[in-house]
Write a new protein. Structure first.
Lengths: 302, 542, 315
């Protein structure tokens, strides 16, 4: 009898608890959104990012030239009316390559951010829930994290072969452990919250708890981390290109354009200046945006 | 917002400074004093009051040798470090690529052309103080034969034997006019080392000690950092001290006491180091560095024709197994575009000859009418003749070193613009060496072939080398070169073989000759350029 | 404390085991034949095959793995294929430049980032704050090889203050050592500076918001004195965390910096070994680097306890 009564109470309580929590979160969100919109750095970051994203999506169809069209005898020409950013060592139009490069660098950044975020989420959730999974997954994460990321990425690239797909795989392998760790610690906190405990108490299926209740609540720190992974992926890809293991020719990525441009840094600076400035602005924008997003979504961690 | 604008503009100012800093960097180099820490050397007792020289030479190299065991490795870098410097050979080449004695006093051939006898110079000392005797020479030469597959093929089971302490000989199975050239100019030098060193191999079969008779002693190889050589004060020079070096031969003064070969991966850094005087010589400058160095007043450039760039077809399997496909590509390529893409505008020469002027005797322009045709219409005729479906992709394989990938891009564009789909495989060098041995992986691969003293050493004409030129007519022609009685006969046989290649068989498409360049400070004197740069008589003014 | 230490050390064993499997597997699938690389263009297939056999490359992966593991447990890390230098010697030679570079870079980063971070927090919301944030973020927004090359062009080619490249051991003179190391350390430190600046600023803002400081303020204590006095202690823990993490980042970032500045460190050792297919070197060096990382993390965790006794070491 007593047992029965308590059970009904708990269910009603639970519903109310969830409701209140949702309302509170909503209010808090709108407040923070307001704050975010007033965060000038974050807004500037977002605007830069959106411009580059726009260029990556629509820019290529607006370019007259092909990014891979060679004109060897017209190589290393300084900026002019025909070639705004000059031409490169094979006579390709640097401006066109930078625009197409935006697309490839964005694809790499978004994919690495998204895939490592999702993998991290899965790893984090399961290792927060199951002791054995935790031991195994966390040891693997620790192992991968212990290897310096560029070294891991360059050996992976050599093993898999130069290909955009493999660049994404390598960088994902490098970034997933951090995501997993992050998701796990967030999930552990959420798990301890009363309503989850209560749900477990009323016998909800663990898969339901994991995906319907824990997962959405640890998305915030993961999203923030994903913007940073996005940003670092662009830089790491450039480092890989420099070491000869990035996105392969003829596809242009910002990294490969810069890496090629460095060989003519003494004589043809336009191959470095324009792509370099655009890369730096974009990554800077992403970082500013990420900082703002963190203030918005994850105020505790900063 | 105003604050942020200020912040951003400050950021831009900083980056603008960085960028302008680098664009003006070149101007001051002539006047600014060198204040580097590693290249300054201690003052030596002034021997000549007029011009004083440094006792150290710093060379920046772009790659490390895979091994310094010259008998077993054919890399250009190992050769240029070791040949004539640490190790010397029985015979060597002069500036005309003719064979002259080095550690041998003289050599002679028996009337039947089978037996070669070498008379050694007396009193030559190895770096370990031991005298060079016939046993050492026999051990070295036989180790070289076993290690150098071309030599092994040439001599069969014949080996060097000791006649007396200062005489060795070898008796071949068939007469070979070019055998001395093979010893003197081999891509895996026939270095003479002590018999004890030859016998003392590590678990992988390489020598443990680097000991020779040359003007410089090997001191230290700090992997990933530098190789250090020190003057061998017991060196016994040969030739006339008042005459300059002749090719690889002549009087070696060993002026500079210590030579450092610094391994610096990044080309931009090497050029910068040359500019500031940290390095005296930059070894193997690329096309971009060449253009940079040419604009700097206190630097000078040396270059020589070092290799032939070629598209090598896979004649075993796939599209290029059909001779008409090979002829189509031969008719299609624009060699000039490819060479500019590869070497820049200053570092190539157009030539259809498989051998370049470095071996003037063998130059042969019989292929001129098939070279650099750049004729898509003709190419299409050949593709049609081959029954090509314009759907099967043509597979191009190239390594990402030495700009071979750029040639691949040009070839790709030329093929695709006439409707031939392509797949491009760009890999690093070690992967290439594996992939090219696999006939299922490619239709053509791109590489260059360093100078060789005789045409029979051209790798791509070999039946078993990747590409597999296993064509009976060609192999017979090549054999005829080796067994010729006179040089003229040999040259005629070579012309015939090369014409057959260009006209009928098309094992490769030769694109042209590439130069290897070296950047030098104008204080450097006496660097010897002959199939590489050698430092025996090099010195650097203070 | 001792029990904790023992537990942590025990926990590294499975991690290292996983690292060894990961790196061995990657190296195993790397295409390219080390035997062909060593012997060069002229080598015949038979010669290459003979060398492969001698090098044990034809053995199946599992025996090869356990063979390597067995050798390592016996203290034999293998030798380079190029000139037979033992891997242990190579690591001993090449870890020093990397460690010195990483430490110097970290010091430079701290010197730049701590005051700037404090200043930014102190001037929160002003243009100084914004400028400091943006400039420090540039460190992680610019590919480090570009920064390195810019430094060479200005500091070495134009101004002739520093040598272009190379590493001068400490034994050859302290001045020369730091002179040669300054530009690479600056390039590398710029990356850390961003991270440290961020964390310093954030932590400090938190500290400035505490009741304690507010009360002090209301009592009229000068703000700057407060910042200097109390902030330092409170920022130490997060800063040490970031230093621990930065060490891994330093090892990673130094790979590119070492390549640009021609420094014979661990990063360039791996890069060169990959291009030479020097398998044993790659495997053993990565394993040792991982061990080093784990050790540094352990030390950092132990330091927490020393600095802030409130932090419990067992999770």
């Amino acid at each position: 009898m007593n047992n029965m009564k308590q059970r009904t109470l708990t269910e009603a309580d639970l519903r109310r608890m969830v409701e209140i929590r949702n309302r509170l979160t909503k209010e808090q969100r709108s407040l923070q959104l307001h704050k975010f919109l007033r965060n000038r750095q974050a807004m500037v970051g977002l605007v830069i990012f959106l411009i580059v994203l726009f260029a990556a999506i629509f820019g290529p169809s607006l370019c007259k030239e092909s990014p891979v069209a060679l004109n060897v005898l017209n190589r290393l020409k300084p900026p002019s009316k025909e070639h705004w950013f000059g031409t490169d060592t094979l006579g390709r139009d640097v401006y066109t390559r930078v625009i197409y490069g935006a697309r490839i660098s964005m694809i790499v950044g978004v994919s690495v951010g998204a895939i490592s975020g999702i993998l991290g989420l899965i790893i984090g959730i399961y290792s927060s829930y199951n002791k054995y999974a935790d031991e195994i997954l966390m040891r693997i994460c620790d192992g991968l994290k212990a290897i310096p990321s560029i070294l891991l990425a360059i050996t992976l690239m050599t093993a898999l072969g130069a290909d955009i797909k493999n660049v994404i795989i390598s960088l994902t392998v490098v970034n997933t452990p951090t995501m997993g760790r992050l998701a796990r610690s967030a999930a552990l906190v959420v798990k301890e919250q009363t309503y989850i405990e209560a749900m477990r108490g009323i016998g909800a299926k663990s898969r339901r708890i994991l995906w319907r209740h824990i997962a959405p609540n640890i998305m915030s720190p993961l999203l923030v981390q994903m913007t940073f992974v996005f940003a670092t992926s662009i830089i790491t890809e450039a480092a890989l290109s420099f070491l000869g293991a990035g996105v392969p020719a003829p596809q242009p990525s910002w990294g490969s354009i810069l890496s090629e441009g460095r060989t003519v840094i003494f004589t043809s600076q336009w191959m470095i200046i324009f792509p370099g400035a655009i890369t730096a602005m974009t990554v800077l924008g992403l970082n500013l945006f990420g900082d703002g997003l963190r203030d918005l979504l994850d105020p505790l961690s900063s | 917002m105003k604050h942020l604008l200020k912040a951003l503009s400050l950021t831009f100012l900083v980056s603008a400074f960085l960028l302008t800093g680098c664009s003006k960097a070149d101007d001051t180099s002539a006047t600014a004093p060198s204040t580097t820490s590693t290249s300054t050397s201690t003052t030596q007792a002034a021997a000549t009051p007029k011009v004083e020289y440094k006792d150290e030479l710093h060379v920046a190299v772009s790659q490390e040798a895979p091994s310094l065991d010259l008998h077993k490795n054919s890399s250009a870098i190992a050769r240029e470090i070791g040949r004539g410097t640490i190790w010397e050979q029985l015979i060597t080449l002069d500036a005309n690529s003719e064979v002259v004695p080095e550690l041998a006093e003289s050599y002679d051939v028996s009337d039947d052309g089978l037996t070669y006898t070498f008379h050694l110079r007396k009193g030559i000392k190895f770096h370990n103080g031991q005298e060079m005797l016939a046993d050492d020479v026999v051990a070295s030469m036989n180790r070289w034969i076993v290690g150098f597959s071309t030599a092994k093929k040439q001599v069969g089971t014949a080996r060097f034997v000791k006649v007396d302490d200062y005489t060795v000989s070898i008796t071949l199975e068939t007469p070979s006019l070019l055998f001395p050239s093979l010893i003197a100019g081999a891509t895996q030098p026939a270095a003479i080392m002590p018999a004890s060193v030859c016998a003392d191999e590590d678990s992988k079969g390489f020598v443990k000690e680097y000991i020779g008779t040359g003007p410089y002693k090997f001191v230290e190889w700090k992997l990933n950092d530098y190789i250090k050589l020190e003057r061998n004060d017991d060196y016994t020079p040969y030739g006339d001290p008042n005459k300059p070096l002749d090719g690889w031969s002549g009087y070696k003064h060993a002026y500079t006491k210590t030579i450092y070969l610094h391994y610096v991966l990044e080309s931009t850094t090497r050029v910068a180091g040359l500019q500031t005087g940290q390095y005296d010589i930059e070894f193997q400058v690329d096309d971009q560095a060449y253009a940079t160095i040419a604009n700097i007043p206190n630097l000078k450039l040396l270059k020589y024709k070092s290799a032939e760039v070629a598209l090598v077809f896979n004649k075993k399997e796939g599209l290029a197994a059909d001779v008409n496909v090979r002829k189509a590509i031969r008719s299609l390529v624009n060699a000039e575009d490819m060479m500019v893409a590869h070497s820049g505008t200053e570092m190539y020469a157009l030539s259809s000859s498989y051998m370049n002027e470095g071996q003037a005797f063998w130059v042969s322009n019989v292929g001129d009418k098939y070279y650099n045709l750049n004729d898509p219409k003709l190419a299409k005729e050949y593709f049609d003749k081959a029954g090509y479906d314009y759907k099967t992709p043509f597979r191009i394989l190239a390594a990402t070193i030495n700009n071979f990938d750029r040639i691949a891009l040009v070839l790709q564009q030329e093929l695709e613009s006439m409707g031939v789909p392509t797949t491009l495989t760009l890999v690093d060098w070690p992967t290439l060496t594996q992939f090219r041995s696999d006939p299922t992986k490619y239709d053509v691969f791109i590489t260059s072939f360093g100078n060789v003293p005789i045409p029979t050493l051209k790798l791509y004409l070999g039946a078993t080398w990747p590409g597999w030129s296993a064509d009976q007519t060609l192999q017979d022609d090549m054999l005829a070169i080796g067994t010729s009685k006179t040089m003229e006969e040999a040259k005629a046989a070579w012309d015939k073989a090369q014409l057959y290649c260009w006209e009928d068989y098309v094992p490769v498409v030769a694109l042209g000759t590439q130069y290897t360049g070296y950047g030098l400070s104008d204080k450097v004197e006496g660097a010897q350029l002959f199939n590489g740069l050698f430092y025996w008589n090099t010195r650097v003014k203070k | 404390m001792l029990k904790y230490l023992f537990k942590r050390i025990l926990a590294t064993i499975p991690v290292l085991f996983i690292v060894s499997i990961v790196i061995f597997s990657i190296v195993y699938i790397i295409p390219g034949d080390p035997a062909a690389v060593i012997l060069g263009e002229n080598a015949s297939q038979e010669d290459i095959q003979a060398l492969r056999t001698r090098m044990g490359l034809d053995e199946p992966p599992i025996p090869r793995y356990f063979n390597w593991l067995d050798n390592i447990l016996h203290g034999d890390l293998g030798a380079s294929t190029a000139n037979g230098t033992p891997v242990a010697t190579m690591i001993a030679n090449q870890i020093k430049p990397t460690l010195n570079l990483a430490t110097f870079a970290m010091l430079l980063a701290l010197i730049i980032a701590l005051p700037l971070g404090m200043w930014a927090a102190y001037k929160k919301g002003t243009w100084i704050d914004q400028a400091v944030t943006v400039i420090s973020l540039l460190g992680i927004s610019l590919p480090s090889f570009l920064l390195g090359l810019f430094l060479i062009m200005i500091g070495a080619v134009k101004l002739r203050w520093f040598p272009v490249s190379g590493y001068v051991p400490f034994s050859e003179g302290i001045g020369a050592h730091f002179n040669a190391l300054f530009m690479p350390a600056f390039a590398l430190g710029f990356i850390h500076a961003a991270l440290i600046m961020r964390i310093t600023r954030a932590t400090l803002l938190e500290v400035l918001n505490t009741d304690y400081i507010r009360m002090a303020k209301s009592k009229g204590v000068h703000n700057f004195v407060l910042v200097a006095k109390h902030a330092f202690k409170n920022t130490l823990v997060p800063v040490i965390t970031i230093i621990g993490q930065s060490f891994i980042i330093a090892l990673s970032g130094s790979t590119v910096i070492e390549a640009v500045f021609g420094i014979p460190g661990v990063g360039s050792l791996i890069v060169n070994s990959v291009s030479r297919r020097d398998y044993q070197v790659i495997q053993s060096v990565v394993l040792l680097t991982a061990l080093l990382n784990i050790t540094v993390n352990l030390i950092v965790d132990l330091l927490y306890g020393v600095i802030d006794p409130r932090i419990r070491l067992d999770r």
